[in-house]
Design a protein around this ligand. Sequence first.
Ligand SMILES: Nc1ncnc2c1ncn2[C@@H]1O[C@H](COP(=O)(O)OP(=O)(O)O)[C@@H](O)[C@H]1O
Ligand SMILES: [Mg+2]
Length: 493
Amino acid sequence: MIDYTNILSTSAEPEASSMIETFRAIGYSIETAIADIIDNSITAGARNIWLDYDWMGSKTTLSILDDGIGMNNKQLIQAMRPGSKSPLNERKQDDLGRFGLGLKTASFSQTRKFTVFSKSKGGELVFWTWDLDYVKQEEAWKLIQYIPEHEVWSQKTKTVDSGTCVIWWDLDRLTKGTTADDEKAKSKFLGIMDSVKSHISMVFHRYMDEGIKILFRGREIKSWDPFMIGIDGLQTKPETRLAGGSIRIKGFILPHRSKLSVEEYDYGKGPKDNWTAHQGFYVYRNRRLLVGGDWLGLFKREVHYDLCRIQIDLPNNLDNDWQIDIKKSIARPPSIYRDSILSLAKEVRNQAVEVYRHKGKVLKRKLASDEYFLFWEERARHGKRFYKINRNHPLITELYSISGNLKYEIEKVIQFIEETVPVPLITLQESENEKPHGQPFEGVDPIAIKETMQRLFSGFVSSGLSIEKAKARILNTEPFNFYPEYIEFMAHE
Ligand SMILES: Nc1ncnc2c1ncn2[C@@H]1O[C@H](COP(=O)(O)OP(=O)(O)O)[C@@H](O)[C@H]1O
Ligand SMILES: [Mg+2]
């Protein structure tokens, strides 16, 4: 530290109201905001958490009550301070907090006014309110001791021996300008509450399974387990540990749709109501989910990876490395583990694709036919080998059928290709090179092959072939026979 004893200094405190407006722009959704409040309840040792709301248009309230250890007056004021703990502080192992901001940033992201009631065991009930409009007027970081219907809220908090109740009572982002009898606004609000509920069922599923109850308007929320542990046909990879055991990774391959009941299949769709949206990594910090189904920028989402879900468990002391954000909704693998995670994930992904490949192959076998469409055929001419493109290959017949007056030109180019295949060069390379050459389209974005497959499929079906026959024909056509995993996803109009 430089010695500033004789140097002029001036204070430059943050301007309270603009700072709070900045908090409001962090980008929480109501789902992530409520989850952040629930984190505090769990860290405070709550066994029960009650999420309630009362639709009253712009006067709607939303509250989260817990039966955790609660706070006394001094602790509550400290808790209401932005930056009440430094992110650099060591946290207890089971602490879900991080920046000392969540309570404030999450609340302000949804509301202009919020109150926290709290009570430690045997202690007084205390409460304080942040009102952004008051802060603006005073231009000071000042809490007030006010809430409409004070008695109602204090009674509510008193139902627990010790605990805390967070009340959002000016949900301007959601309810501004609406009235209690505005049915359209109400049903939109209820829809949002529904999605809050599903988000919670996923984010805290491991805590719920360990006995913590989260009640939504009095009814216990059921947990949603992305891995459907215990279901028949679930494939589980052995756990891999990185960073001396503090990072644990486990791959799951969920059962194919045909192995699931309708209810099980719907369950697998999860809060996002979609299998594809739920493939990928599930990153947990202290068993609390941060990211629910995302490839973390390592891969693209593609339907044939629908059955692949990978659990990553992190402790709470690697936040910096994983770039955990304030909202606790983003995580990024540190570059030193990127390669290990990548290769692990590839293995699980391949195993997941294998389920569809197998299905495709079974279909092909079941409908085995004599027809098989090679792309290239070997011929002999004057005792010499040469290679010809199969004019009966579905792609070629299709091309000719739409070629119109270009047909002659196309035929000529194809002939040129055939006559100039560099057979000696290929033969030489093949015998000298140790690296085997790949299968068609290997390592290439499969979009071309998928689109072509889909087009052929539609063509076959509209020309009268049954769906199964059309699929079987594609599986008997080069080079689509290398990609039976895509056949499941061919759509017909
Ligand atoms: N429901 C609660 N029960 C008990 N203490 C709480 C509760 N919510 C917040 N606190 C206290 O307020 C502090 C600040 O919370 P918060 O702003 O969410 O930051 P962080 O969780 O990162 O510490 C917490 O560390 C905790 O001490
Ligand atoms: Mg917190």
